[in-house]
Design a binder for this molecule. Structure first.
Ligand code: TYM
Length: 332
C-alpha cells in the first residue's frame, strides 16, 4: 500500500470547515486505500507563544475532532507529533540541507513574520517548513493530503527529498501533494477571495465545526455573495456563491450542475437556508462524537499512545538509515 502522511495544528477550540473539506475529509477516504499516518502537530503549534494548559486542551480537542470526523485508529496511525521524537531528530538533517534563501522564500513565513515583526518572530517559525518536511520524509510518504496553502511547503519537501537522494543515494520517495481542485481552498464567507483561516478571518467568515448549528446558520445567511441573483458556479466572477456551492456539493455529494439546476431562479436566500441545514446535519453528530471522546480522556490517550508506538517503529527505521547515510557512527 502506498503511504500517506498529514498533520493538523491544534488550534484554539475548533477546526473550521476549510480544514475539514480541504484536508481531513481526504484523510478519512485515504485510510481505506493507503498506509496512513495522521497527526496533531503540537510541535508546530509552539512557533508562536502558547499557554501550556491551553495547548494541552487544544491538542486533546484536535485529536477528538479527528476521530469524530472519521479518522479511525483501526485503519490508520493517529498520534501526536511530540510523541515521535524522530520528527525533530530528522528535522536537523533537513535543516542542514535547506538553503537559508530557500527557507526565506516560504510565503507563509514571510506573511506571518511580516505581521509579527522581527523581534517576535521565532527561529522556530523560520524552520517550521523543515520540520514539516521531516514529518513527511520520516515515514517515506508517497502522498500528502493537504489544502492548497501547503503546496509550497510540499514543493520544498520534494526538493529536499531529491537533494538527499542525490547526495546520499536513493532513500526517500519524492512525495506528491494530494490537493483536490474542488476543495483545496475554501474561502472566507465574508471575504470570498481569501481562504477561510483561523488566524486571518473574522469570526463571521469562518464556520467552526464545533459552533452551534444556529450560529453557523447565521454566518451562512450573512455570507457575502453579489448583487446578481443567479446561482451559478463561476469562481472568478461569483466567488461567494461558488464557495457556497462547493461546500454544499462536497457535504452532500451532489454535483454542482445539479445544484445549479435545483436552485435555478430561486435566489440566494433559498440556497443559504438549505446549506445551513446541510451543515447542521453534518456538524450535529460530529459535535456529539467529539464530546464523547473528550468525556473519555483515557480512551483518547490510549488511542494516541498506540498510534505513536506504531508510528515510531516506522520513523525509527528511517532515522537510523538516514543517520547512517549521513555518516553518523552508530552508538555501539
Ligand atoms: P493547518 O493546521 O494550518 O491546516 C490543516 C489542513 O487544513 C488545510 N486548510 C484548508 N484547506 C482548504 N481551505 C482552507 N481554507 C484551509 N485552511 C486550512 C491545510 O492546507 C492543511 O492541510 N503545516 C500544516 C500542518 C503540518 C503538515 C505536516 C501537513 C505539519 N506537518 C506534514 C502535512 C504534512 C498546517 O499548519 O496545517
Amino acid at each position: 500500500r502506498p503511504r500517506v502522511l498529514s498533520g493538523i495544528q491544534p488550534t484554539a477550540g475548533s477546526f473550521h470547515l476549510g480544514n475539514y473539506l480541504g484536508a481531513v475529509r481526504q484523510w478519512v477516504a485515504l485510510q481505506e486505500t493507503h498506509d496512513a499516518f495522521y497527526m496533531v502537530v503540537d510541535l508546530h503549534a509552539i512557533t508562536v507563544p502558547k499557554d501550556p494548559a491551553e495547548l494541552r486542551a487544544n491538542t486533546r480537542m484536535a485529536a477528538a475532532q479527528l476521530l469524530a470526523a472519521g479518522v479511525d485508529p483501526e485503519r490508520c496511525k493517529v498520534f501526536l507529533q511530540s510523541h515521535v521524537p524522530e520528527h525533530t531528530q530528522l528535522s536537523w538533517v533537513v535543516e542542514c540541507l535547506t538553503g537559508f534563501g530557500e527557507a526565506s522564500r516560504m510565503t507563509q513565513f514571510k506573511d506571518k513574520s511580516a505581521k509579527q515583526g522581527n523581534d517576535s518572530t521565532t527561529v522556530g517559525l523560520f524552520t517550521y517548513p523543515a520540520l514539516m518536511a521531516a514529518d513527511i520524509l520520516v515515514y517515506r510518504a508517497h502522498e500528502v493530503p493537504v489544502g492548497e496553502d501547503q503546496r509550497q511547503h510540499l514543493e520544498l519537501t520534494r526538493n529536499i527529498a531529491e537533494r538527499f537522494n542525490g547526495r546520499y543515494g536513493a532513500t526517500f520517495p519524492v512525495p506528491e501533494p494530494y490537493i483536490l481542485k474542488e476543495t483545496g481552498k475554501i474561502y472566507d464567507l465574508q471575504e470570498p477571495t481569501v481562504k477561510m483561516s483561523k488566524s486571518a478571518s473574522t469570526p463571521k467568515g469562518i464556520i467552526d465545526l464545533l459552533d452551534d448549528p444556529k450560529t453557523s446558520a447565521k454566518k451562512i445567511k450573512s455570507a457575502v455573495t453579489d448583487t446578481d441573483t443567479v446561482i451559478r458556479y463561476a469562481p472568478e466572477e461569483k466567488p461567494g456563491v461558488s464557495n457556497l456551492l462547493t461546500i454544499y456539493s462536497t457535504l452532500t455529494g451532489t454535483g454542482i450542475p445539479e445544484l445549479e439546476e435545483k436552485y435555478d431562479g430561486k435566489g440566494y436566500g433559498a440556497l443559504k437556508t438549505d446549506l445551513a441545514e446541510v451543515v447542521a446535519e453534518w456538524v450535529t453528530p460530529f459535535r456529539t462524537r467529539t464530546q464523547e471522546y473528550l468525556d473519555d480522556p483515557e480512551t483518547l490517550d490510549r488511542i494516541l499512545a498506540e498510534g505513536a508506538e506504531k508510528a515510531r517503529s516506522v520513523a525509527a527505521e528511517t532515522l537510523a538509515t538516514v543517520y547512517d547515510k549521513v555518516g553518523f557512527l552508530p552508538a555501539k
